[in-house]
Design a protein around this ligand. Structure first.
Ligand SMILES: *Cc1c(COP(=O)(O)O)cnc(C)c1O
Length: 416
């Protein structure tokens, strides 16, 4: 096998990337060859503090020994069996997920390989629920991101993602974000389901006002519609609770009908899950309704069990809450151009007073920090949950210079 760590310089590998991969993601910012804890190293030997965590995925950082040994042990025992068969790993993970989700008796899990697939399954559950009631309308929110496959894309709001691929599955309507009256009006008749992110990550870490989810729950119950919470980005400890809607400020005791998970669930191994709460949602899918070849495979399940185990063993939920709160306060005070710092736990956005976020991101990368700019004016942080206060402080100290560099970047003020 090629020794990937010495496969070539970043420039060479980027040239090969461009020649061999479809241009769906633009030019990669760096070629990364190795990671350990919260750090990654690029092909030219530079070390970066990974404050994006593979977009809210690497909950335990890179090369975490517990995750590595769990995956290796499972792969060395039984790697894949198809869903004609069950494995103890998969069953145990389903039970663990129902526990951490605080799901009532009768709740059930379906496994997927990604977030979009989890939302695809949830969409099909909404269809089944609606079909039995003659309801075909599905509500989602403006600013929503639910994935790139056709069903999840229909739920996603951004026109640039959707329009080239129309016609999409029908019946989806987007209602204004954070507007209970608009939601109430949209509920008039024939709504089969409502899909909400407890915090809109891709839209720039936007949290609905306290009480919004409770109002959505009340409306969904009144109209016999399913309330689906997309916790693909916010779940599995990211926001300082197992699920973000467990945070009293966000969820206020709301019990959803369906929750979708992915990103952080496997600590870097692709795995997603759909949790259906209670007997009704839990039995919507029957034999033949839905399926997957890889979903629930024991290697992915072992990764998820290891991730959940370490979060619990190392008390990471409390760590995420404490570090997140302290860090957000420090970030808010670090530079006059920071107008707001949003988020919960370690899902954080830094709002800037001008559309310079891409330039600040680039300057931060030069300084050895990986962050991203989900909107022209904001930076997003979604670091490993194992990030230390000392590591976080190095970014707080470096950010002012990155902001100043962003302000000075050519055409910085014209960026849109
Ligand atoms: C990332 C994301 C998805 C899509 O997940 P993939 O694994 O990329 O398919 C869906 N919903 C939310 C809220 C996300 O952040």
């Amino acid at each position: 096998m090629t020794d990937l760590a010495t496969a070539g310089s970043g420039a060479e590998l980027t040239r090969r990337y461009t020649g061999a991969l479809m241009n769906t993601f633009g030019t990669p910012q760096r070629v990364l060859v190795r990671g350990e804890g919260a750090y990654v190293w690029d092909a030219d030997g530079a070390r970066h503090l990974d404050l994006l965590g593979g977009i809210a995925v690497n909950a335990l950082g890179h090369a975490h020994p517990t995750l590595v040994s769990a995956v290796a042990a499972q792969l060395g025992t039984l790697g894949h069996v198809s869903n004609f068969f069950a494995t103890p790993t998969q069953v145990t993970l389903a039970e663990r997920l129902l526990e951490i989700a605080q799901a009532p008796d009768g709740s059930r899990v379906f496994f997927t390989n990604s977030g979009t697939e989890a939302n695809e399954a949830a969409f099909k559950m909404i269809r089944l629920h609606g079909r039995a009631r003659g309801a075909s309308r599905v509500l989602a929110l403006e600013g929503a991101f639910h994935g790139r496959t056709m069903g999840a894309l229909a739920l996603t709001h951004k026109a640039a993602y959707r329009e080239p691929f129309e016609p999409l599955p029908g019946g989806v309507e987007h209602v204004p974000f954070d507007d209970v009256a608009a939601l109430e009006a949209a509920f008039a008749a024939g709504v089969a389901g409502l899909v909400i992110e407890p915090i809109q990550g891709e839209a720039g870490v936007r949290t609905p006002v306290p009480g919004y989810l409770a109002a959505a729950r009340e409306l969904a119950t009144r109209h016999d519609a399913l309330l689906v919470l997309d916790e693909v980005q916010t779940g599995v400890g990211r926001c300082g609770h197992w699920l973000a809607h467990h945070d009293p400020e966000i969820g206020g005791g709301v019990v959803p009908d369906v929750v979708t998970l992915a990103k952080g669930l496997g600590g870097g191994i692709p795995v997603g899950a759909v949790i259906a709460y209670g007997q009704g949602p839990g039995t919507l899918f029957g034999p033949g309704n839905h399926g997957t070849t890889f979903g629930g495979n024991p290697v992915a399940a072992a990764a998820a069990l290891a991730t959940i185990h370490v979060i619990e063993r190392d008390a990471l939920l409390a760590h995420v809450r404490d570090l997140g709160a302290a860090w957000r306060a420090q970030l808010a005070a670090c530079h006059p151009r920071v107008t707001q710092v949003r988020g919960h736990g370690l899902l954080i956005a830094i709002e800037l007073d001008a559309p310079i976020a891409a330039h600040v991101q680039a300057a931060a990368l030069e300084a050895g920090f990986i962050v991203n700019a989900p909107t022209p004016t904001s930076l997003r942080l979604a670091p490993p949950l194992i990030l230390t206060a000392e590591q976080a402080a190095t970014f707080t100290a470096a950010l002012p210079a990155a902001i100043d560099a962003g302000v000075r970047a050519p055409h910085a003020q014209e960026q849109s």
